[in-house]
Design a protein around this ligand. Structure first.
Ligand SMILES: Nc1nc2c(c(=O)[nH]1)N[C@H]1C(S)=C(S)[C@@H](COP(=O)(O)OP(=O)(O)OC[C@H]3O[C@@H](n4cnc5c(=O)[nH]c(N)nc54)[C@H](O)[C@@H]3O)O[C@H]1N2
Ligand SMILES: Nc1nc2c(c(=O)[nH]1)N[C@H]1C(S)=C(S)[C@@H](COP(=O)(O)OP(=O)(O)OC[C@H]3O[C@@H](n4cnc5c(=O)[nH]c(N)nc54)[C@H](O)[C@@H]3O)O[C@H]1N2
Ligand SMILES: [Mo]
Length: 770
């Protein structure tokens, strides 16, 4: 079953490849950020916005979820935060005239870069059935079309409500209430494709699906392992924390198939030294692991610690193990049988080097493991992350200063959205509290996650889709299957700041609701409103935009959802949540007061975020070494070793981010640190593989993914026209950018337990073009 590539008119004629860089940030980074900002926002807005990012009275940077330090620098932003802000605060506009000018046929041939470059959406638009163009529609009409479409469904489970992680706590809370009040738990979110594996593994083993460290812990750790993460590009402010840790004597080990720039050397643009002197060497050891080899690596570290303990003693924290954990003996017995040659095969790393990592862990009395997508997007990601927990538990490295698990979250409020109940498998406690607060009964049946939603749409079991932000069409796997699934729906609705592919790949009818972003002033009910967010470390604080909104005709996400609640629940709907929707729409403190009643840890919410204050949500493992698991203990687990073999003549492809994109928002066509300029259709391959497979560096090839289904049938998917780039990556492994390569990721290929698409391990072959 071969398939065609999606239609785009990407111009790759200016693609240029130079040698990769070892140094991240520094002056070129800042200059680059200023250039983007100035071209999108002009001088005055650039100054107004960049100075207010992550300040106490300012807005939360929409870039990433890395926390701010308490002593914020005047410019606590980074190159990529500045780009994220510039994208949103741009002065370019997509007004109704734009839609009159461009037909759907034309727009659906455009890529996400072009669509995003057009600017901010200014007015609600509707695409009627069979129409060639979107037309303007009033807010009232748009919202009643949506309410009517929902009412016309035979079953509430025919509706899918997606969320992306930029949504504020207030909007997310009301949104899940809308969805549950309507009668479904179909709340897929970007987390399903992101840190779901972390949530699954951590909830099982330590009783909370979140990290257990604070920024101070990072500063004071003795050893930091950064695995499967590219902070120089995706969490640049984390480099400042790593630099600080280093200054205090920490050792840092980077585990990655690619030698990523920020991990090697870092120039901090916020300190004069960073500007002038050439920075800090961040990683003391770089372990160039094979894709999917991390479970083996962490098992190897565990085995090493147990071996040294048996020989010399003094390694394990016996007190912690006996009073706070269970499963230790099984884990120990399991690792006794594990073999070093198999670890070597799985990781591609020699035993001596694996032991060196183990020795660094042994020597450290406080260790933190940080990770991102390189560990979460594999078939065996959940066992991999259980193995991370095992290693930390051995030395009591959870719930102690300078130690713990640190899943580094992506979207700036993705963690907060979960806390607010954006989850297809909500807990009974949460639902019971919701029922009490709003005098209704929320549905108990679990809903669809992201992949489940696509299957439901594909199979005709869903008819309605609403996206609260994000870009479902581009961010999800198996682009062609997903696009076909979306096109089957009766109505697709997007609440968005900017145009993207999800506005042009639609159901029979489509509605665009333009909304305010983080940087925009939000005046409602005669007062300026603020919202709140939760960062990657469970700290909650407020965010308030200051810029004049891009159009008079925008509503905030909170207002849109409150109005939908009013319309959908009306006065006659049975079992509808009861609240004063108008009051909520005009006064977000009232939304926060409901949150306070429903979500644990938000007591005194309003006061605790007043004047820019931050507060920490309760975190059992971190605060008191309490573990909300079945037996109240942290769990060691014995996991069968899995890794990612490379079939003969094939490569395992990881799909990742360039330095010039925010997920599906493409800022530009460069990936400076990796030496890519003016294009994105490149595939990074080890030089020995290029030769062995019969290709040459610079050749243009097609990437063909191969997926053997459960019945043994082979399915092929194709992405055309990629230039081979000779690059430092282990034999058998390759890398290319997302979302261009999502077409290659089979919908059926998901992580065990968490259901996350396996975006970091796609089996492909290269094909010559005739
Ligand atoms: N500027 C910018 N910032 C962002 C984003 C963005 O797109 N742009 N996206 C945000 C979001 S939503 C997220 S989730 C994060 C993503 O942050 P990252 O996870 O850093 O993003 P990726 O580009 O997917 O990079 C994955 C990294 O893991 C490595 N890797 C891949 N597979 C493996 C493996 O099997 N083992 C190991 N050890 N390493 C592996 C890759 O080589 C790469 O360095 O960033 C957030 N911040
Ligand atoms: N192959 C592959 N696929 C992946 C990944 C991968 O590494 N490889 N990574 C996965 C990950 S980690 C993630 S998180 C997902 C990301 O999936 P999504 O979160 O769905 O995608 P984004 O590109 O972040 O969404 C960008 C859009 O959000 C809208 N937007 C921006 N700000 C706001 C706002 O304040 N409010 C509203 N309402 N809308 C806003 C804009 O219209 C913009 O076009 O992709 C996943 N897909
Ligand atoms: Mo993410």
């Amino acid at each position: 079953m071969a398939s065609k590539p999606p239609k785009t008119n990407i111009d790759e004629s200016r693609l240029r490849v130079t040698s990769p860089k070892a140094v991240a940030v520094g002056i070129p980074g800042v200059a680059h950020a200023m250039e983007t900002s100035l071209s999108q926002m002009g001088v005055v807005r650039t100054a107004q916005t960049l100075l207010r990012v992550n300040q106490k009275d300012g807005f939360d940077c929409p870039g990433c979820a890395w926390p701010e330090t308490d002593h914020r620098h005047v410019a606590e932003f980074c190159e990529n935060g500045a780009k994220a802000v510039a994208e949103e605060a741009t002065v370019r506009r997509v007004a109704p005239e734009f839609f009159a000018e461009h037909s759907m046929a034309e727009l659906s041939g455009r890529d996400d870069w072009w669509l995003g470059q057009q600017g901010r959406l200014t007015q609600p638009m509707i695409l009627d059935e069979g129409a060639t163009h979107y037309r303007p529609i009033s807010w009232d009409d748009a919202l009643s079309e949506i309410a009517q479409a929902l009412r016309s469904l035979d079953d509430p489970n025919e509706a899918i409500f997606y969320t992306s992680g930029r949504t504020s706590n207030e909007a997310a809370f009301l949104y899940q209430l809308l969805v549950r009040g309507f009668g479904t738990n179909n709340l897929p979110d970007c987390s399903n494709m992101c840190h779901e594996s972390s949530g699954s593994a951590l909830t099982e083993t330590i009783g909370i699906g979140k990290g257990t460290v604070s920024i101070e812990d990072v500063h004071t750790a003795q050893l930091l392992i950064v695995a499967g993460q590219n902070p120089g590009t995706n969490h640049p402010r984390m480099l400042t924390a790593l630099e600080k840790a280093k200054q205090q004597g920490a050792k840092i080990i980077a585990i990655n198939p690619l030698p990523e720039a920020g991990l090697q050397r870092f120039e901090n643009p916020q300190t004069p030294k960073g500007m002038v002197l050439g920075g800090t060497q961040i990683a003391d050891q770089f372990v160039q692991i094979r894709l999917g080899g991390d479970q083996a690596l962490f098992q190897a570290v565990g085995k090493y610690l147990l071996e040294v303990e048996a020989r010399d003693g003094g390694v394990l924290d016996h007190e912690f193990i006996s009073s706070h954990t269970s499963g230790f003996e099984e884990y120990k017995a399991h690792l006794a049988d594990a073999s070093w040659p198999e670890f070597e095969q799985a990781t591609g790393i020699a035993e001596a080097e694996l032991r060196e990592v183990g020795e660094a862990v042994r020597q450290s009395s406080s260790t933190i493991v940080c990770w991102a997508m390189g560990l979460t997007q594999h078939k065996h990601s959940v066992p991999t992350l259980r193995e991370v927990v095992n290693v930390l538990l051995l030395q009591g490295n959870i719930g102690r200063a300078g130690a713990g698990v640190c899943p580094v979250r992506g979207h700036s409020n993705v963690q907060g959205d979960r806390t607010m109940g954006i989850y297809e498998k909500p807990s009974e406690e949460f639902l019971a509290a919701l029922d009490r607060e709003f005098a209704f009964t929320a549905p108990r049946e679990h809903g669809h996650d992201t992949v489940g939603s696509i299957r439901a749409m594909r199979d005709g079991k869903a008819r309605f889709f609403l996206g609260m932000g994000g870009n479902f069409a581009s961010a999800t796997p198996d682009t062609e299957v997903t696009e076909a699934a979306l096109r089957r729906l009766d109505l697709t609705v997007q609440i968005s700041t900017k145009l993207n592919r999800s506005h042009v790949v639609t159901g029979k009818r489509a509605i665009i609701l333009p909304t305010l972003g983080r940087t925009d002033r939000d005046r409602r009910g005669g007062a300026e409103q603020k919202v709140s967010v939760e960062d990657s470390m469970g700290a909650v604080h407020s965010s308030r935009g200051r810029l004049a909104p891009p159009s008079e005709d925008l509503l905030s996400e909170v207002a849109i959802v409150a109005r939908l609640c009013e319309l959908v629940f009306g006065s006659d709907r049975a079992n509808a949540p009861a609240a004063d929707w108008k009051a909520l729409e005009n006064d977000y403190t009232r939304v926060r007061s409901h949150i306070e009643h429903v979500v644990p840890g938000f007591g005194d919410f309003e006061k605790r975020i007043d004047k820019g204050h931050t507060f920490f949500l309760p975190n059992g493992p971190r605060d008191a070494r309490t573990f909300a698991t079945s037996d109240g203990k942290a769990h060691f687990t014995a996991n069968r070793l899995e890794y990612t073999p490379v079939p003969r003549g094939r490569l395992v492809l990881q799909t990742l981010r360039s330095h010039d994109q925010y997920n599906t928002t493409i800022y530009g066509k460069d990936d400076r640190y990796r030496g890519i300029h003016g294009g994105r259709r490149v595939v990074f391959v080890n030089s020995d593989d290029i030769t062995a497979l019969g290709f040459v560096d610079g050749e243009i090839v097609d990437l063909v993914s191969e997926w053997l289904d459960a019945d043994g049938a082979m399915h092929e998917r194709r992405a055309e026209n990629f230039r081979i780039v000779d690059y430092s990556t282990p034999r058998g492994n390759a890398a290319a950018y997302y979302p261009e390569t999502n077409v290659l990721v089979p919908l059926e290929s998901v992580a065990d337990v968490s259901g996350t698409p396996t975006s970091k391990s796609v089996v492909i072959r290269l094909e010559h073009r005739d």
